[in-house]
Design a protein around this ligand. Sequence first.
Ligand code: RAM
Length: 394
Amino acid sequence: MKIIAVDPQKNLSKEEFKMKKKVISVLLCAAMAASVLAGCAGTTASAPVADAAPAATEEAATEEAAPAEAAAEEAAPAAEGAGTFAIVTKSAGNPFMDRLASGFSEVIEAAGGSVVRQDPESATADAQITVIQSLISQGVDTIAISANDANALISVCNEAKEAGIKVLTLDSDVDPGARAVFCNQAGVEAVGQQLIDAVYDLTGGEGQYAILSATSQATNQNAWIDAMKSIQESDDKYANIELVEVAYGDDEPQKSTDQTQALLQNYPDLKVICAPTTVGIAAAAKVLQDQKSSVKLTGLGLPSEMAEYIGDDDAHSCPYMFLWNPIDLGRLAGYASLALYDGTITGAAGETFEAPTLEASPYTIVDNGNGTEIILGPPFKFDPSNIDEWKEVY
Ligand code: RAM
């Protein structure tokens, strides 16, 4: 468990804060625009685009760096005492969570808020309940949670709400009644469709596949796996591919490695492993590549961790995979936290809010049939043609 920053000062009224947030948003936007030109292109994009090179020319960097610094300096003094915003990750030691937290902190700090980051010791509901209870005692203003369990966190989220804290989720949801809104990386159906189509493609339309997931209670992985299963059941196209097992590596590298080895041993005819977790896919990629296995891998991975495994030939274990920009997902949750805090949104469908450093701003809250959510954007495919560009970004 790690606390990055705590600032209990709350000197500004919400109206003053709202005004300052607007000014800072404009300044931040200018700073971000300049920094994109100065060589950070892509870090603020919700999905890679064909002409978004990871690094700009030195010339552009020299020309544009000065205004960015000036804007950042100007934003700083206005920043004091504007609320305390917490982020609770699934667990410590997961690089995907580090990227969520970095986007979140960037937005909150630029708006003048204080960030409290909590990384539970393990990816369990119990570990999250402990850290959320401590946040309630600290009296933070908002808590954004990547949930390890949809149901087991309901009561602690309600406790937080009763204490006047705004509760939202990002990446992995709780029961919708227990939070104001869910910042979802991509539509669940869209992710399920991409993954089942990848399995279909890599098996050649027939044969065995297995799923290597995170924890058995993870709301996001379970939703994606359910979507894969129901798409498969509803279309005869997928009738000849067979899901033999869903294994759980608990988002721990060693357990994910062991589970991959067990799958290879138990299913000699296995053709594909699909790992909808960045920790799982990285562990499986190494096992398959080291063993020169003919089993192919796909799923959801961080380009920076997967670049050495992505390729079309037998020497590489993963032909292609998907993800979204986790830094942007953290930024989105940062903006949603600010908007909940200052009353711009309550989490109801139809409400909109600005997220100035994200391309798709403004965002509108939608009803997904099971609570309200804000969708960052569609999942993006990483393959040999673009992995070298994106491995530098996240
Ligand atoms: C892991 C986590 C996270 C998920 C990514 C794809 O890092 O389980 O919740 O969104 O994978």
